[in-house]
Design a protein around this ligand. Structure first.
Ligand code: UDP
Ligand code: MG
Length: 476
């Protein structure tokens, strides 16, 4: 939409449950201001019905424009595409899950009229998990030391940019985009206000701990070369320490003669130095990797279709999608396989935990008591790990009560299989036990999954199942 006052840029990845509610809330918030506006949605390669929803919205509301990527390129790429699409005098970037409340947009517009080029809505961390907010606080504190640009805790992508700020952002050609840093780097007159942290209206966050960690590393490395400087300092400090130590050894040899060779000291020094060298190599590697990506000069994203060039057939209300069912079932299969492999690995870890507890307690307790305690510890551990890591669900008491069923199934099934293997098939006892264990594991996995997930909603705080969205990402 040419010559409009405001563009709203909304990156969407698997938001089919939220996007329509979001659009209604947004329109209801902006229409009363009387400003002309457009909404630029970017479908970041969703594998649900998001694109169909967007096409539908575009067909019923002429203020809606959309671009859909050929695959998931990450939120950074989606924001870039949205900024490129936008025509408004001001542009507001916001998420589709209503965590960025649309009713704040008029306030942002009001502030921009006072001449600010960036109006940032900063969220507080109310209602956020304690661990996550502690990690975020620490991260931002560390960033203060590491980065050349200032990044403030709670200030994410929810902000209004003036046209000249947008043009400045678009003028930066880098492939590895870290928006928080870019927004800070461009400068201009900036103001901010705080709003109350809101929960997602539907769907799940795409940001789990691993992805956040990678994003954090990206942030640290994208904007400066201080980590390299730090590596140099560490190297210098170690060299000094080594020189001091060498002096001390020489003096002590001169005074006391040659003692017994310091095996432990030597080993410690070798390991410590090896670790530091590897870490430094890793840091250098990160920078080299980034240079490599930049030199390839690939586009930030590829477009599947846009509202200007929709792919046939014409959009219909969101009932059928472009083969999303097939893709969904593919990803369902690979998700189950991944869950099963993690379940099996956790099984191995828990067996080791059981053995460790059993062997340790044996010194003080009767062996049967040690066995029971070891067994309980390993079941609790296995339940928590499988809830949090394998199935990414909040553990509940109800699930915990059901969970031992999976061990029971394993015990009974592997016992029966062992019996058949040894007595009827004449297998060697150890081989039969191994085979029985392997065959029984998928069944206990199915029961464990039922025990943990039946009736439970996936926790929005925990990492979603990755359809492995790639590329640059961002999160508040
Ligand atoms: N998003 C995206 N591409 C991605 C991941 C997320 O476009 O690869 C979008 C997502 O649809 C949402 C916004 O970015 O509109 C923020 O994502 P999310 O709510 O998962 O992040 P969180 O609020 O948990 O930081
Ligand atoms: Mg969100």
């Amino acid at each position: 939409m040419k010559n409009c006052q405001l563009s709203i840029v909304v990156p969407c990845f698997n938001e089919d449950q939220a996007v329509e509610t979001f659009h209604c809330a947004l329109v209801n918030a902006i229409e009363p201001t009387g400003e002309t506006f457009e909404v630029c949605y970017v479908d970041d390669g969703s594998d649900d019905l998001t694109m169909t929803q967007l096409a539908y919205l575009a067909s019923v509301d002429e203020r809606v424009r959309y671009t859909a990527f050929s695959r998931n390129f990450g939120k950074e790429a989606a924001m870039l595409a949205g900024l490129r699409m936008s025509c408004g005098e001001s542009v507001v970037l916001m998420d589709a899950d209503l965590q960025h409340p649309p009713e704040l947009v008029p306030r942002m517009m009001e502030l921009s009229r006072h001449g600010y080029d960036q109006v940032i809505a900063r969220r507080d961390r109310d209602g956020e998990g304690r661990l996550r907010s502690f990690i975020s606080h620490s991260y931002y504190r560390a960033m203060g030391h590491f980065m050349d640009v200032s990044v403030v805790d709670g200030e994410g992508d929810f902000r209004l940019l003036s046209r000249r700020a947008v043009d400045s952002v678009l003028a930066l050609p880098e492939s590895n985009r870290f928006s928080k840093g870019i927004f800070s780097w461009i400068g201009f007159d900036t103001t901010s206000f705080t709003y109350h942290n809101a929960q997602r209206v539907a769907g799940r966050s795409k940001w789990g701990s691993r992805r956040l960690l990678n994003y954090g590393i990206d942030g640290m490395i994208s904007f400066n070369n201080r980590p390299l400087r730090l590596a140099i300092y560490a190297g210098l400090l170690l060299s000094l320490a080594a020189a001091g130590y060498a002096l001390w050894v020489i003096v002590s040899v001169a005074r006391n003669g040659v003692g017994i060779p310091g095996y432990a000291t030597l080993l410690t020094a070798v390991v410590a130095l090896g670790g530091i060298q590897l870490a430094t190599l890793g840091i250098v590697g990160e920078y080299v990797g980034r240079i490599y990506c930049e030199t390839k000069n690939r586009p930030h994203y590829l477009v599947r279709e846009t509202s200007d060039h929709p792919s046939p057939p014409a959009p219909e209300p969101p009932i059928h999608s472009r083969g999303s069912e097939g893709r969904a079932s593919d990803s369902e299969r690979s998700r189950t396989m991944r869950q099963f492999l993690i379940f099996a690995m956790i099984g191995v870890v828990n067996t080791a935990v059981y053995l460790a507890v059993y062997a340790t307690l044996n010194t003080w307790f009767p062996y049967l008591a040690s066995h029971v305690i070891g067994y309980c510890v390993s079941i609790i551990g296995s339940f928590l790990l499988n809830s949090r890591i394998t199935l990414r669900t909040k553990p509940t008491w109800r699930a915990f009560v059901r969970y031992p069923l999976s061990s029971l199934v394993n015990l009974v099934l592997s016992g029966a299989l062992l019996y058949v293997g040894v007595s009827h098939l004449g297998m060697e006892k150890n081989v039969a036990a191994l085979a029985a264990g392997i065959i029984a594991t998928p069944f206990s996995f199915v029961v464990a999954r039922w025990a943990i997930t039946s009736g439970a909603a996936a926790s929005p705080e925990l990492e979603p199942e990755p359809g492995e969205p790639a590329g640059n990402r961002t999160s508040d």
